[in-house]
Design a protein around this ligand. Structure first.
Ligand code: NAD
Ligand code: WQD
Length: 356
């Protein structure tokens, strides 16, 4: 297959970045990864190779390091576009360490955009987040369209909105520059092979990785944060999207920007449009595991909102992209990954999975 172009992927060893790299390679792109491995490991590159037959080129570089980043662009004049995942993403930590979040997320993005300008690279796809909407229920806008007023409620979300603004302004300032701001809802799942999945370095705080730890016995029970929400069972509603569907959304965005060079900067929600409660998720994941998982009811978690469900129509229509995988498959795939790889990427996957 003729190469579709060479894409620099920052944060490409991480959860969403590794799946997007895999999809890029399968779609015929060449990939160069920049990652400082603060929340990932190089083993993800081997898994990408196992599943695609190609190992992406890797640079252990921090996106806040301008000279090192410029060096990567100088070494690879063939780079045609950038997908920018590298960031710190723990909401609670961002409240404790706002300066670190602004330095890495906003500062790193500015450094990256400057290196792109220096090397005349004019296409960027950015990992934004539904968190930029804050509490959309107060605007009576569920499911959430891209036109919903923005109002993040924590420093992490503020950095995402700030980066969106920087990219927008840069696309206005530089003739021919295009940007896609992809607002992800809640990524879930793993590769159906069971050899690639989320492998965070610290303690997880997202619902599904925590449920997986309950199922593998690493955690005694799940804490359900709030049963007094205005939903069918009292627990909060989110739009869980399979990570492979999410990854494919990036390929669709790259294609759109290539086919519409006058786009400037645009934003798209990447979600399924279907909301599920915490209890729905416990039920779905318990089904994948084959037994009931223990939980206890706790008060609401500070900063949580009732409902974050996407209106994905704009991405469906303009990008020709649609989430296709089911919640059940996300749960099945996560369980296959978690049950077969209790040490994540710190162990080799079972031989029987590699033989498949
Ligand atoms: P992740 O932590 O698995 O991936 C981020 C990657 O960036 C990691 O490999 C990490 O080592 C790397 N990184 C961090 N700081 C870096 C730096 N200074 N220089 C170079 N590399 C650095 O997270 P993820 O879940 O894959 O998220 C990817 C992107 O998507 C992030 O920008 C995140 O904010 C955004 N996002 C994630 C979610 C989610 O729920 N996972 C939702 C919406 C948006
Ligand atoms: C989902 C639901 C919790 C843990 C976060 C970020 C967001 C985005 C995705 C990056 C909520 C409930 C959770 C637990 C629970 N990330 N829950 N017990 O909060 O929707 O979004 O990750 O951009 O910015 O805020 O995801 O997985 O933490 O929670 O009851 O132990 O599960 O209250 O309703 P969230 P989550």
């Amino acid at each position: 297959m003729a190469s579709q172009g060479t894409i620099l992927v920052t944060g490409g060893c991480g959860y969403i970045g590794s799946f997007t790299t895999l999809e890029l390679i399968l779609a015929g792109y060449d990939v160069i990864i920049v990652d400082n491995l603060t929340n990932s490991s190089e083993e993800s590159l081997n898994r990408i190779e196992l599943l695609s037959g190609k190992k992406p080129k890797f640079y252990n570089v921090d996106v806040t390091d301008g000279p090192a980043l410029n060096n990567v662009f100088s070494n690879h004049p063939e780079i045609t576009g950038v997908i920018h995942f590298a960031a710190l993403k723990a909401v609670g930590e961002s409240v404790e360490k706002p300066l670190e979040y602004y330095r890495v997320n906003v500062g790193g993005s500015i450094t990256l955009l400057q290196a792109m300008e220096n090397h005349d690279v004019k296409t960027i796809v950015f990992s934004s987040s539904a968190t930029v909407y804050g509490d959309a229920t107060k605007h009576n806008l569920i499911p959430i369209p891209e036109t919903c007023p923005l109002g993040p409620t924590n420093p992490y979300g503020n950095t995402k909105l700030a980066i969106e603004l920087v990219i927008r302004d840069q696309c206005v300032a530089r003739k021919g520059m295009t940007g896609a701001l992809l607002r992800y809802f809640n990524p879930a799942g793993a590769h159906p092979s069971g050899i690639m999945g989320e492998d965070p370095q610290g303690v997880p705080y997202n619902l599904l990785p925590l449920l997986a730890q309950v199922a593998t016995g690493k955690r005694e029970k799940l804490q359900v944060f709030g049963t007094d929400y205005d939903s069918h069972d009292g627990t909060a509603i989110r739009d869980y999207i399979h990570v492979i569907d999410l990854a494919k959304g990036h390929i669709a965005a790259l294609k759109y920007l290539k086919d519409h060079p006058d786009t400037g900067c645009r934003e798209w929600n990447l979600g399924t449009g279907k909301g599920s409660t915490v209890f729905d998720m416990i039920k779905a994941f318990s089904k994948s595991v084959g037994r009931d998982l223990p939980y206890e009811i706790k008060p609401r978690r500070a900063g949580d909102v009732l409902d974050l469900t996407a209106k994905p129509n704009k991405a469906n229509e303009e990008l020709g992209w649609k989430a296709e995988k089911t919640l059940e498959s996300a749960c099945d795939d996560l369980w296959k990954w978690a049950s077969n790889n209790p040490q994540g990427y710190r162990q080799q996957p079972p031989q029987e999975l590699l033989a498949m």
